[in-house]
Design a binder for this molecule. Structure first.
Ligand code: ZN
Length: 351
């Protein structure tokens, strides 16, 4: 490798020493589907996390349609149970419930796992269950995926067409209960009217754990410039998603991923940008061709970025940020600093 190449690799090493934060990963769904196999976390996921220097991962509970409605609660609890048993089998992970626990885990060289929930189907319409999930460690909750549920409706995978309804009264109560407990409300996926309503009934800096700018991929599921500015005004953070960077596969590149970072940073400053990779190529790869076609028909065809498809590719992103002229301070904010600021919301534990 040439001297300048070595210099860049050393710079990446320094930037990665802190550990990167990815706030959205469909880990629990996969651990649940492989529930008859112990040690999946350490054998299948750890090597990629280590290659990408991951420090904190938002591990999402997500309930597939086939389990709704009756099995949603049971599958969610099972997903959490699987995470706890898998973490017990390895000394490289810690399930963290607060900012302090994240810092302690990192000091001990462990990867911090923060349990998140993508769609509140597991709660049904029972607000009491929120407390149960809080006690089990859930610290970030997005009200909906694309489908409608008891709390609200998701944005569709098209430029328009989602429900005009915003949050239900259950949804509003839930948002307030989350803030009361110290659970971060995640605006990923919610439809535009629900987005506004969540902002109106919360006070903490808002987050969108994983999304893309509509400027480059005009779907309701992504966020508009106005929405980006609303997040910025409240000092919130937007995690950039890797699978919806463009409607065209040929434009699914790391450069286009960085275009999204630049776009959000241009509107609200680099303080408003984080990572929410949403890597799920490993899940789709396990499906039959017909299941993959079904996914594309139901949502939209995801376009995986060849050089940014799993956590082991994180260095490619950091290298690209350097090439595109970001300085170390800016890169550090994007890779971990901004999410750490949001985690300070998790610093108060209730007893
Ligand atoms: Zn999602």
């Amino acid at each position: 490798m040439t001297a300048p190449g070595m210099e860049i690799e050393e710079r990446i090493d320094r930037l990665h020493a802190h550990g990167l934060i990815d706030l959205h990963f469909d880990l629990l769904m996969d651990l649940y589907e492989k529930r008859d196999r112990p040690n999946v976390l350490a054998t299948e996921f750890l090597p990629e996390f280590e290659a990408g220097s991951m420090g904190v991962i938002g591990a999402a509970i997500y309930i597939e349609d086939r389990y709704l409605p009756e099995m949603a609660l049971r599958v969610a609890l099972d997903q959490i149970a699987r995470l706890y048993s898998e973490v017990e089998l390895s000394d490289r992970f810690a399930i963290c419930r607060s900012c302090e626990e994240i810092l302690l885990a990192r000091e001990a060289g462990r990867i911090a796992l923060l349990i998140t929930m993508e769609g509140v189907e597991p709660l049904g319409q029972d607000l009491n269950l929120l407390r149960v999930f809080f006690e089990l460690g859930v610290r970030v909750i997005g009200l909906t995926h694309v489908r409608r549920n008891a709390a609200g409706s998701g944005g569709v995978f098209a430029a328009s067409g989602s429900s005009r309804d915003g949050l239900t009264s259950f949804g509003r109560d839930l948002v307030q209960a989350c803030e009361g407990l110290g659970i971060v409300v995640d605006l990923a996926h919610i439809n535009p009217v629900g987005f506004q309503e969540v902002l109106a009934c919360t006070t903490e800096p808002p987050i969108v754990s994983h999304t893309n700018a509509r400027r480059y991929h005009d779907l309701e599921r992504n966020i508009s410039d106005e929405q980006i500015k609303m997040i910025g005004e409240r000092r919130g953070v937007i995690g950039i998603n890797s699978v919806l960077v463009s409607p065209r596969q040929e434009e699914a590149t790391i450069d286009r991923y960085v275009d999204h970072i630049e776009h959000v940073a241009g509107l609200i400053g680099v303080e408003g940008v984080g990572i929410g990779f949403d890597f799920f190529e490993f899940i789709v790869r396990q499906w039959s061709e017909s299941a993959q076609r079904e996914l594309a028909a139901k949502f939209t065809k995801p376009h995986f970025i060849p050089e940014l498809t799993n956590h082991s590719h994180a260095r490619n992103l950091t290298r690209k940020l350097i090439e595109r002229g970001f300085n170390d301070e800016q890169i550090a904010k994007i890779l971990f600093g901004n999410w750490m600021r949001i985690f300070s919301q998790l610093c108060f534990e209730i007893h």
